[in-house]
Design a protein around this ligand. Sequence first.
Ligand SMILES: [Zn+2]
Length: 158
Amino acid sequence: MVTNGADDVLRLRERALTLPVSAVSPAQLTDSFTQSRTGGTTHEALDIMAPRGTPVLAVEDGRVAKLFLSKAGGITLYQFDPNAEYVYYYAHLDRYAEGIREGDTLLKGQVVGYVGSTGNASADAPHLHFAVSRLGPERQWWRGTPINPFLIWRNAKL
Ligand SMILES: [Zn+2]
């Protein structure tokens, strides 16, 4: 019996995903997946604090599914994994990397943008908001089952 996305975490651990903020190590990560957010929602993501302008890196190869400007996320990028099973979400970007377009195939470690505080992030606490979701059969970039990214990079017991 599989619960709470543990099977997804194990599969993603096997891919040895790149941490999406350069110069940040797994030991520096803090789990905020279950934190409450305004409006009665749950965070369901990982916040990685870093100075504004720090490069944001693609965690693995895969296609840019959507470049999207949202009120909460600000400048965001949605990337599918190579099999379009998962979607990776990078938010609060200061800006995209030059030349990034929807449909581009990113390579693992490629710069996709830069850390910022666009959307509802505090201007004095720039960070990357990073989320992973398992896509449904329709492969809609905006919809999926959230997986805790913290558990992918930290070998906590599942
Ligand atoms: Zn966040």
